[in-house]
Write a protein that binds this ligand. Sequence first.
Ligand code: THU
Length: 151
Amino acid sequence: MSTVNPAAASIDWEALRTAAVEAMSHAYVPYSKFPVGAAALVDDGRIVSGCNVENASYGVTLCAECGLVSALAMSGGGHLVAFTCVDGDGATLMPCGRCRQLLYEHSADGMLLETVSGIKTIDQVLPDAFGPRQLAAYAAEHENDGTGTQA
Ligand code: THU
């Protein structure tokens, strides 16, 4: 029996998928020919999206999620409540490892993701994550010991 997250029912996943497919139509993918679109609901109700943008220097490629978090910051910030990602066929795609980290940074508590194995939380797709809290805790602990300061 699969567990259904009750919060998932209140999300308009269809609207998010539509926004992701629209974003995917803008992908710049001359090298992989693998367009990706991502869309997310922000905690103030707006929807942000992004597409992948490749580069002749392959490693410089920007994943769709990079565009999405950039759009989030540019349009006023906030936290991501729900997220979906699609490939060129409109099929659900898992965010790559690096992008899970990108999303984690901007996630609302309990952020939901549509995945290939159902709706999951950000903590399920990036368990025991490293994030802003670790930096803040370390900084607080070492506030007075001079660690990291110039002589
Ligand atoms: N890609 C994304 O945009 N997001 C992901 O989470 C997975 C991979 C892109 C990067 C590259 O342009 C193409 O998919 C093939 O790897």
